[in-house]
Structures are given as structure tokens and as C-alpha cells.
Design a protein around this ligand. Structure first.
Ligand code: FAD
Ligand code: NAI
Length: 452
């Protein structure tokens, strides 16, 4: 009998297992594929490893303006992919070792909840049965494959690929059509454009980068367009025919061809085939319903990470896993979603936290926008000359606190947590103004914006 059975070893499941083991709970972690889940094996880590190589390549190609001449700059995709594999292997190895150090038992295989008896929940892995007093469901998400004609055939033929295959390509395709200008689509478009593909992004909405601030989406689009990426917006993909993507735009049917076609139109929670119906766990529109304590409708059953669909990000998954364990072990905690940063790791990066102008207006909030060019930062100028980066800070008019920050430009991903801290702690602007930021850093721009 285990105190806790965790289903799924991605960020939510592995971190929760570590914390549970550390707290002295007899913990079993069941993983059907690879420890580390999507994030470590086919998501965050591999994509960022590739994007870093592309950034170095971009710098080398554009080194003249920094007074450096690089001759014969070459890109070796095979070496880049192999380096990525090493990074992933090391991280997965590290996570597995930490789980073991915390006394977590790991079982390889597909876990299916069978039911509940007077002792606890019953979970089967093949013909073996395990019992746990509590269960944490952390089965994550998988690529969304809509019923677009020709898509299934394209996936089978290998012309259409997903995030999994695009991170493994040993050769850079001559051309790439990206279906969906969201986070995966943009990061991969940025990467493959840098390393030599002719990239076209076909996006259904009138803007890229989905819920991001419209002005920042437009700066990102212009920047990437300047680097050679073609964007077709307001275009709904309706069919795939071999290497041809068919889309409807302004009432007309049009086509674009690519040697490879990336499907990146969203992800769906893994809730089927895991036995939720055997203990009547409630779902809503394909995700498990959870409260702020990560509890489901069934006492003793918790759900964290992408499977609850609240915010499909690895750092949300980590925190939700932690909250679940804190609640299980009797600590005071609750999940809050209003200050979770999100980042698009394109070059330039986009980072955002809290409200955007659009969301704040939609909620009827009274706010002030402080907008500043990143060129106000000495370090930004030193490294970008006259770049197009901007920072927007939204202040609540009544309380004079930060309610949202959006940044486009270098280091945005590393700065944004500071803005999250300001929002989460409801730090008064006058107090932020008294903080000393290191100089010269791009982070100073946050403080600078408050003095405008
Ligand atoms: P997952 O990582 O999906 O893990 C779930 C695990 O459960 C999987 O390993 C699966 O095999 C296992 N499983 C499922 N069912 C069962 C079962 N019945 N029995 C046993 N095991 C099971 N997020 C960020 O924050 N930053 C990024 O930079 C970022 N980049 C991304 C790039 C890409 C290309 C993709 C696809 C995603 C990216 N994400 C990023 C999102 C991030 O990967 C997810 O939010 C995160 O992995 C969710 O963690 P999770 O633990 O909920 O689920
Ligand atoms: P997404 O939801 O970010 O973007 C999908 C895009 O596809 C949307 O803009 C949508 O309008 C468009 N679309 C939908 N149907 C279409 C059609 N028929 N034709 C044309 N366009 C269509 O989904 P994506 O990029 O697949 O990423 C999934 C999730 O993975 C993200 O939402 C995020 O949670 C996570 N992720 C996070 C990253 C990060 O934090 N840096 C990186 C990559 C993924």
C-alpha cells in the first residue's frame, strides 16, 4: 500500500513525487514513456537547446556589426541535434536520480485506475496491481490532431510532423509550412528560419502569438518577417494534400507548399484510457476539473499540470504539483494563476505576465500603460544597437500597483519573474521605485518605465 500513486512523470508528476518522497510519503510514480515528460524529452528543453544553437549561428552571421569577422560560418544540424540529445539525457538522468534519492519507486508502463475499495485506490500497470491511499493524476497533454482532411495521411507519410519529430530532424528542410502561429509554431519558425529553411506560417487569427499583447505580437511579426519568415494571417487550414497546405482566406481557397509541414495548433489533455470513469472523476471540455488545492471532485484524487488545462506551461505544472503535495501533507497552500509568466523563446524573445491592455480592458479594469523602448537600457543598446524591443507596464489606477508586464527583446525571459513578483506581492509602485536594479542590465527598463 502506497501513501500516494502518481500517474505520469512529467514536470507535474516528477516534482510532486520528489516533494512527496521528501516529506516521507511512500510514493509510487508510474510513467509509460520517459521520465521528464513532454517538457524534458520533446518540449521545453530540446526546443530551447536548438534555439540556443540558432542564436549563436545568427550572432556569427551578423558578427561584422560588432567588429568581428567570422569566416566560413557553418551550421551542422546533425551535431546540434546530437548535442540536444546529450542535454536531454543529462537532465532526465538528474531527475531520475533525485526521485530515487527521495525514495520514490518508479514503475515503467501505462497506469490505469481500476477503482477503489475500503483501503484505497487501485491502479493497474499491465497485469500488476498497486494500491494507494491517494492519487495524483499528472498525465499531461498530447498534440491536438483536428479532423482536417489529409492530415492523418500526411502524419503517416511523415510530410506532416509534430513537435516530436521537428526536434529530431537530422536535415534542415528546404521549406517548412507551419500550421498555427502560436508558441510552438513561432519558436520552430524562428529556429528553422535561422538555420536556412524557407518558412511560411499559416495562422487562422488576424495576429500571431495568440493571447499576447497585440502591439508586441505585431513587433514580433515584423521582426521575424524582416528575417525572411512569411506570415499568412486570417487563414484557416482546411486540407492537406501531400506537400500542399490548403487554406481559406477572405473567402478564397489558397495553397502553400512545403517539404515539411509542422502541425502546431494546440494540445489536448490526456484524460482518456486512464480509467477516470472507474472512479467518476469529473472532466469538463476534455480536462480534469480541479480547485485551487488541485483537488478533483473525488476525495483523495488530485490532478496537476496540463491535464487540468488551466495553464499548459511547465512552471505551472511544477507549482501545481507542489500545491497538491502541500495539501496532502497538511500544509497551507493554494494555487494562484494571475501572475504566471509566459515566454516565447523566439529571437527576439517575448515575455508576459499578468494583464495585457486587452484583458484588462475586457475586465473593465482602470489602468495606466507605461511604455518604454528597450533602447533606454545601456546594455540593450550595447548589445542590440537600435533594436525594436519595448517594455509595457500596466498599473492599476486605484491601487498604484503593477498588474501586467510585457517585454519583447533580449533577456525578456530572465527579467519577467521580477514583474511576476511585483504582481504577486502587490508591491506598491513607490516601493519598487526605491529598489536598486543592477546597472547596466536590460532589467532596469522595468524600473525606468515607472518614472515615465
Ligand atoms: P507532460 O509533460 O505531458 O507529462 C505527462 C507524462 O505522463 C508523460 O511523460 C506521459 O508519458 C505520462 N503518462 C500519460 N498517461 C499516462 C498513464 N496512463 N500512465 C503512465 N504515464 C502516463 N512549457 C514551458 O513552460 N516552457 C517552455 O519553453 C515550453 N516549451 C514547450 C515546447 C514544446 C514543443 C511543447 C510541446 C511544450 C512546451 N511547453 C513549455 C509545455 C510543457 O511541456 C508542458 O506544460 C509540461 O510538459 C506539462 O507537464 P505535465 O507534467 O503536466 O505533463
Ligand atoms: P497554441 O495554442 O499556442 O497556438 C495554436 C495556434 O494555431 C493558434 O494561434 C490558433 O489560432 C491556430 N490555429 C488553430 N487551428 C488552425 C487552423 N485550422 N488553421 C490555422 N491556424 C490554426 O498551440 P501550440 O503552438 O501548439 O502550443 C501548445 C501549447 O504548448 C502552448 O499553448 C503552450 O501552453 C505550450 N508551449 C509553451 C511554450 C513556451 O512556454 N515557450 C513553447 C511551446 C509550447
Amino acid at each position: 500500500m502506497y501513501d500516494l500513486i502518481v500517474l505520469g512523470g512529467g514536470p507535474a508528476g516528477y516534482l510532486a513525487s520528489e516533494r512527496a518522497g521528501h516529506a516521507g510519503l511512500k510514493t509510487l510514480l508510474i510513467e509509460k514513456n520517459k521520465i521528464g515528460g513532454v517538457c524534458l524529452n520533446e518540449g521545453c528543453v530540446p526546443s530551447k537547446t536548438l534555439l540556443h544553437s540558432a542564436k549563436i549561428y545568427d550572432y556569427a552571421k551578423g558578427s561584422e556589426k560588432y567588429g568581428i569577422t567570422c569566416t566560413e560560418v557553418k551550421y551542422d544540424q546533425e551535431k546540434v541535434i546530437k548535442r540536444k540529445d546529450v542535454v536531454v539525457r543529462k537532465l532526465v538522468g538528474g531527475v531520475t536520480a533525485t526521485l530515487k534519492k527521495n525514495g520514490v519507486e518508479i514503475v515503467d508502463g501505462l497506469g490505469v485506475i481500476q477503482g477503489k475499495d475500503s483501503e484505497g485506490f487501485i491502479v493497474a500497470v499491465g497485469d500488476k496491481v498497486y494500491k494507494g491511499k491517494k492519487i495524483l493524476i499528472a498525465t499531461g497533454s498530447q498534440v491536438l490532431v483536428p479532423p482536417i482532411p489529409g492530415l492523418k495521411e500526411g502524419l503517416e507519410a511523415g510530410t506532416v510532423i509534430t513537435n516530436r519529430e521537428i526536434l529530431e530532424l537530422m536535415e534542415v528542410p528546404e521549406s517548412l509550412v507551419v500550421i498555427g502561429g502560436g508558441v510552438i509554431g513561432l519558436e520552430m519558425a524562428s529556429y528553422y528560419n535561422s538555420v536556412g529553411s524557407k518558412v511560411t506560417v499559416v495562422e487562422m487569427l488576424g495576429k500571431i502569438a495568440g493571447p499576447n499583447d497585440t502591439e508586441i505580437s505585431s513587433i514580433l511579426q515584423n521582426n521575424l518577417k524582416g528575417k525572411g519568415i512569411e506570415f499568412i494571417l486570417g487563414a484557416k487550414v482546411t486540407q492537406v494534400k501531400n506537400d500542399t497546405v490548403v487554406f481559406e482566406k477572405d473567402g478564397n481557397i489558397q495553397e502553400v507548399k512545403g517539404k515539411k509541414i509542422l502541425l502546431s495548433i494546440g494540445r489536448k489533455a490526456v484524460t482518456e484510457g486512464i480509467g477516470l470513469e472507474n472512479i467518476s472523476v469529473a472532466t469538463e471540455r476534455g480536462v480534469i476539473k480541479t480547485d485551487e488545492f488541485m483537488k478533483t471532485n473525488i476525495p483523495g484524487v488530485y490532478a496537476a499540470g496540463d491535464v487540468n488545462g488551466k495553464s499548459m506551461l511547465a512552471h505551472t505544472a511544477y507549482r501545481e504539483g507542489e500545491v497538491a503535495i502541500n495539501i496532502i501533507t497538511g500544509k497551507k497552500d493554494r494555487m494562484r494563476y494571475h501572475a504566471i509568466p509566459s515566454v516565447i523563446y523566439t529571437n527576439p524573445e517575448v515575455a508576459s505576465v499578468g494583464e495585457t491592455e486587452e484583458t484588462a480592458a475586457g475586465k473593465g479594469m482602470e489602468f495606466i500603460v507605461k511604455k518604454v523602448s528597450n533602447n533606454f537600457s545601456g546594455r540593450y543598446m550595447a548589445e542590440n544597437e537600435r533594436g525594436d524591443g519595448i517594455t509595457k507596464v500596466l498599473l492599476d489606477k486605484t491601487h498604484n500597483t503593477v498588474i501586467g508586464v510585457q517585454i519583447i527583446g533580449s533577456y525578456a525571459s530572465e527579467i519577467i519573474y521580477g514583474a511576476g513578483l511585483m504582481i504577486e506581492t502587490e508591491m506598491p509602485v513607490d516601493d519598487i521605485k526605491e529598489l536598486v536594479f543592477p546597472h547596466p542590465t536590460v532589467s532596469e527598463i522595468l524600473r525606468e518605465a515607472l518614472f515615465i
